[in-house]
Design a protein around this ligand. Structure first.
Ligand code: ATP
Length: 326
């Protein structure tokens, strides 16, 4: 059966570029003759039947905005098959026969369950600042988050350098170190701490002492939140460094500023390409797939790839970060 009426939702953590993806999907869908409906607040909106029709002008002026015009939510009920059935009944009663889900790993799991429960045509678009979705080289929002972190750290570093300080910056990344690693390389950090690689605090302390010996005017340590909080790293490190004459370590938690603000050109472009690919996939009759960035192309890949694997950090990049900190 050919899909005619598509619903779109954003779910889980918001990511800059989600709006650009919604816009692209809406416009390409309308151009291809579909009707499109925007579901509010992710899976909660599916369960509660809260959606409205979107026309071309409803997505005007959103490409440059962070956040998501459809709003997002974390909805534990969607993990329960009975509630997914409620959502399925609501969708089919509304005559909707295709679904685009924009979100991260958790949202993809929900989408995959929904697809396997009912064989409902679902296509996902990867959007999470963590960039940790398996099967795609890129998830919308990552480039903006990294750039947001870099511009904040560049400012902090001016002061750190002037006062010859050690400073610890906590960045986002509960389960993965992609943001920390990319930010670490791009800001010239001396140490990058990520969940994937164990790096004991004694070594960090040694790196700080070594850095001073080599004539560095400041030491920047980037820590992904999944390793430990910036303040606990700062406290433990200071205890180890006090015998060496260090009296203070400054800690900054970048927090939500990483997620906010206007998406970069790269995120707008990726979101536009992925939004279009998601609609084309539904038009071709594909289901249970995601738009994926693979080797410079936006293609489709089975959702199983995303839900059954974990994306690994590039060991060569980690090595590069270490090498460049000399
Ligand atoms: P981010 O990576 O930015 O946090 P996310 O999509 O991973 O985004 P989650 O909060 O993990 O965010 O998941 C979003 C929603 O997806 C959950 O609130 C829930 O409704 C649904 N979901 C998550 N995990 C599952 C699962 N295992 N089965 C079914 N639904 C799930």
């Amino acid at each position: 059966m050919k899909v005619r009426r598509i619903a779109i939702l954003t779910s889980g953590g918001d990511a800059p570029g989600m709006n650009a993806a919604i816009r692209a999907a809406v416009r390409v869908a309308i151009a291809e003759g579909f009707e499109v409906f925007g579901v509010l607040r992710g899976y909660r909106g599916l369960i509660e039947g809260t959606w409205r029709k979107l026309e071309l002008r409803d997505v005007s002026g959103v490409i440059e905005r962070g956040g998501t015009m459809l709003m997002t939510a974390r909805e534990p009920r969607f993990r329960d098959p009975d509630w997914r059935k409620v959502a399925y009944d609501k969708l089919t009663q509304g005559g909707i026969d295709g679904l685009i889900v924009i979100g991260g790993n958790g949202s993809f799991k929900g989408a995959y369950d929904f697809f396997t429960d009912f064989q409902f045509p679902v296509v996902c678009i990867p959007a999470t600042i963590d960039n940790d979705i398996s099967g795609t080289d890129y998830a919308i929002g990552f480039d903006t988050a990294v750039n947001n972190a870099i511009s904040a750290i560049d400012k902090i570093r001016d002061t750190a350098s002037a006062f010859e300080r050690v400073f610890v910056v906590e960045v986002m990344g509960r389960r993965s170190g992609f943001i920390a690693l990319h930010v670490g390389i791009a800001t010239g950090a001396e140490v990058v701490l990520i969940p994937e690689i164990d790096y004991p605090i004694e070594k960090v302390a040694n790196d700080v002492i070594e850095a001073k010996r080599k004539g560095k005017r400041h030491v920047l340590i980037i820590v992904a939140e999944g390793v430990a909080s910036g303040s606990s790293v700062g406290d433990i490190l200071l205890k180890r460094l006090e015998p060496h004459g260090y009296t203070d370590i400054r800690v900054t938690v970048l927090g939500y500023i990483q997620r906010g603000g206007n998406p970069t050109a790269f995120d707008r472009l990726m979101a536009s390409r992925m939004g279009a690919q998601a609609v084309h996939a539904l038009a071709r009759g594909e289901a249970g797939v995601m738009a994926a960035f693979v080797g410079q192309e936006v293609v489709t890949r089975k959702l199983e790839t995303a839900v059954s694997g974990t994306k690994k950090i590039e060991p060569a990049l980690y090595e590069l970060a270490r090498k460049l900190a000399m």
